[in-house]
Ligand binder design. Structure first.
Ligand code: PLP
Length: 382
């Protein structure tokens, strides 16, 4: 159990709440959830589902119509054709990565994962006893990777490669040429599976295109794609996500789910279908609001002495280079929280290559973003 990690975001939240309970004012720039409400027509669909008697277990893979709605959405958004039999609806995006890493991780295996990256990847890899091999996402590469460097990390023991685009915590996006090169290279490594975490697929800016692993037929027999409702429809608390599994793995994934959750919440699944099939204006509006805040936070962060910040291309995080302050990321996380009343996350919460960086979430109002960065600046100047 001691090899299991965690998400520091939950720890920082607990510390911030404790400060607030003492009457202190805290600006929350650590949050990994949209600050918007779930659009009303989705809430209504969930309410109706409860009134209509969706109270029992559903098939473990999910309600068939919901899996069909996911396939329609994949066809619309990614231009890929997927059969509903390959879709597994789960309680959130996380179970898909949990099941995939448990499936491919074991002592002796190596799993390549993004670093800095979502902390659960490294945590779960280590938990299985596999070796966690970091795929370094460098600022100089706009937080994407070089396919050649990743391919050079593959050994006969590599069982899985994890990709995340758009990415947490950097807002980086994998360009099509790099994904093409990676997939072309992986064709020479037929025993290496791929998990592509696309949970932020709808949160892209400046006309950036979403490149999905589902668009690559040549690796369809070993590619797992993860997405869901949490970030797109502001539904983090509903717990609903989906995975597309290769034909040869979907039955095992279903068994994993039967052993763990049985199925996702029935009424939530019905609401999820309404989200996918209903109007998408709310998604566009949320994305436009994030876009505006993105530009503001990057401008503000770049005005902080010792900080530089690239413009993120997706998700809702700004990953600032704070090396010019001369302080460690962890030290800044503590100081900003306790001296300035700003909750944000040390880059090292996302792996060792996050040293020298801080993650600021812009899933907060423009007013709070400005106030949070003003406090950070004042704290450093003092
Ligand atoms: N993958 C990434 C990259 C994330 O950032 C998150 C949540 O922060 C998840 C997966 C988990 O999503 P969910 O809340 O749907 O389980």
């Amino acid at each position: 159990m001691s090899s299991l990690g965690t998400e520091t975001a939950f720890e920082v939240l607990a510390k911030a709440k404790a400060l607030e309970a003492e009457g202190k004012d805290v600006v929350h720039l650590h949050i990994g959830a949209p600050d918007f409400e779930t659009p009303p027509h989705i809430v209504e669909a969930g309410r109706e589902a409860l009134a209509d008697g969706w109270h029992k277990y559903t098939p473990a893979k999910g309600i068939p119509e919901v899996r069909e709605a996911v396939c329609e959405d994949i066809a619309r958004g990614r231009g890929a054709t997927v059969h509903p039999d390959r879709v597994l609806i789960a309680p959130g995006g996380k179970p898909t990565l949990f099941y995939a890493i448990l499936m491919f991780g074991e002592p002796g295996a190596e799993i390549i994962y993004p670093n800095p990256g979502f902390p659960i990847y490294e945590s779960m890899i280590r938990f299985t006893g596999a070796e966690a091999v970091p795929m370094r996402l460098a600022e100089e590469k706009a937080y994407s990777f070089s396919a050649d460097e990743v391919l050079a990390q593959i050994t006969p023991r590599t069982s899985l490669i994890i990709i995340n685009t758009p990415a947490n915590p950097t807002g980086g996006v994998v360009p099509r040429e790099e994904m093409d090169r990676l997939v072309a290279g992986l064709e020479q490594h037929p025993d290496v599976a791929i998990l592509c975490d696309e949970i932020y697929s709808r949160l892209l800016y400046d006309g950036e295109e979403h490149v999905s692993i589902l668009q690559y037929e040549s690796v369809a027999d070993r590619a797992i794609c993860l997405d869901g409702w949490s970030k797109t429809y502001a539904m983090t608390g509903w717990r609903l996500g989906w995975g597309v599994w290769p034909e040869g793995l979907v039955d095992q994934a279903e068994r994993m789910q039967i052993n763990c959750a049985s199925c996702a919440n029935a009424a939530t699944q019905v609401a999820g279908a309404a989200a996918l099939r209903g109007p998408q204006d709310a998604v566009d509006e949320m994305c436009a609001a994030f876009d505006e805040r993105r530009k503001i936070i990057v401008e503000e962060l770049n005005a902080v002495p010792g900080f530089t910040c690239l413009m993120p291309k997706g998700a809702f995080y700004a990953f600032a280079n704070v090396k010019g302050t001369g302080c460690s990321s962890k030290e800044l996380e503590e100081r900003f929280l306790y001296e300035a009343g700003v909750a944000c996350l040390s880059g090292t919460s996302f792996g060792r290559f996050g040293e020298g960086y801080m993650r600021f979430s812009y899933a907060n109002s423009v007013e709070n973003i400005r106030e949070g960065v003003r406090r950070v600046r004042a704290c450093l100047e003092s």
